[in-house]
Design a protein around this ligand. Structure first.
Ligand SMILES: *Cc1c(COP(=O)(O)O)cnc(C)c1O
Length: 413
């Protein structure tokens, strides 16, 4: 193996959650102290203040903090009117929380294939599903899925890896079929795109009927524990989510419905209030890291597919995902050089054991299946240095080189 003279014993983590918290340690510790001294642990002014700030950040008129992103998705779906026996359309290339939330409101997830360039929902496939795999029930005028014979009521586009789904086209189809749109924005805090339909910039979390965010520690804005939020421009949905997260009550012990224990705690809200001030800058740093990767990987374009930015979109690179042959070999090579990596996600949802009841098979979503076998997420975080990126890319280059040599040997036989 070649040596490029760099110190390969120095670990490059997949994600650095230590440095940003050390830099903010004094401020964050103060939040903890204040919380202890006021004993305002759940709800209250700190939570409300964070909700206002994050709603503003997303250009959404309402923000309701929740216990997690999964809670946020579940509450947003239910509050927007999705319920028992409905079908909700989403993509098979996402984290299972997207479909868990759908099932947990009593609905059935159904999948449409992704776009091979962006890895997000392909509106052409959504159109095909709605036009050719559903039918309008003549009596009720409802759209019925041929697959499950249940009414289709909602779409959950996922802004995966911090890249915006094609919302103009998804919204147009949703309007044509009278469907609810809940954005899974759990990987897209601050992502935006220029809507050609409305000739204005739109931010993730402000586009559908409602959106769900996760503040899991590794997300672009992370709590020091579990947290999430629903954003929406509908005061009615926001009010319902507020009740759902708090046992179905708007007034203590007067329960209009059964709800959940799904609140955001004040400690996390206070911590995120501090971190939110840095989010725009951190997202800029992530974009700079992505740009450097693109430049460093350009000479290996025959062997590595780098992320495609959709026209008019400004992604926030929650993850930097590349496609490459023998990605497990690359993972091993990176691990041997003390470099972290991950796979998001190795098994598409339609092939997960948890969803065997849905009856999907291998071959149902060939793009998703092909992509799942070739993707690898390289280290990505604000503060990842140019030198470290050079070292990471040198390992990718070695891998591409070895694949090339193998191909030449095969050709020579
Ligand atoms: C993280 C994530 C979620 C769930 O968020 P939690 O806070 O972990 O419950 C949902 N969807 C996507 C796409 C995610 O990345």
């Amino acid at each position: 193996m070649s040596s490029n003279g760099t110190d390969s014993s120095q670990a490059i983590p997949f994600l650095d959650l230590v440095t940003p918290h050390r830099e903010l340690e004094a401020e964050l510790t103060k939040v903890f102290q204040t919380t202890l001294r006021t004993a305002g642990f759940i709800g209250g002014p700190v939570v409300e203040s964070f909700e206002r700030a994050f709603g503003d950040f997303c250009d959404a008129s309402n923000c309701v903090g929740t216990g997690s992103g999964t809670d946020a998705l579940r509450f947003a779906l239910a509050a927007a009117g999705v319920g028992e026996g409905d079908v909700v359309v989403t993509v098979p290339n996402t984290f299972i929380a997207t479909t868990e939330a759908i099932s947990q409101v009593g609905a059935i997830p159904e999948f449409v294939e992704i776009d091979e360039a962006t890895y997000n929902m392909d509106p052409a496939n959504l159109r095909d599903y709605l036009e050719n795999h559903c039918h309008l029930q003549t009596v009720t005028g409802r759209l019925i899925s041929d697959r499950s014979r249940r009414p289709v009521t909602a779409i959950v586009p996922v802004h995966l890896y911090g890249q915006m789904a094609n919302m103009d086209e998804i919204l147009a189809l949703a309007a044509a079929y009278n469907l609810i749109v809940i954005e899974d924005s759990c990987q897209a805090h601050g992502a935006r795109y220029f809507s050609q339909a409305e000739k204005r910039w739109k931010k993730a979390g402000s586009i559908g009927h409602a959106a769900a965010f996760s503040f899991y520690p590794g997300k672009n804005l992370g709590a020091c524990g579990e947290a999430g939020a629903v954003t929406t421009n509908s005061a009615e949905i926001a009010q319902k989510v507020r009740m759902m997260r708090d046992h179905g009550q708007a007034r203590k012990y007067f329960h209009e419905m059964e709800g959940y224990n799904g609140r955001l705690d004040a400690l996390q809200a206070g911590i995120m209030q501090i971190k939110l001030k840095h989010l725009a800058d951190w997202n800029e740093q992530r974009r700079a890291v992505a740009k450097r990767y693109a430049g460093l990987l350009a000479p290996y374009a025959d062997g590595v597919v780098t992320p495609v930015e959709a026209a008019g979109a400004v992604p926030v690179y929650h993850l930097y995902v590349v496609r490459i042959k023998d990605r497990d070999g690359l993972r091993d090579r990176l691990a041997a050089a003390n470099i972290g990596s991950a796979i998001h996600y190795p098994v598409p949802l339609h092939l997960q054991k948890a969803y065997s009841r849905l009856g999907y098979r291998v071959g149902d979503f060939p793009i998703t299946e092909r992509v799942a076998a070739e993707i690898i997420s390289l280290p990505m975080y604000p503060g990842l240095t140019h030198e470290d990126q050079v070292r990471i890319v040198s390992k990718v280059a070695e891998h591409v080189e070895s694949l090339r040599n193998e191909a030449l040997e095969v050709a020579a036989v």
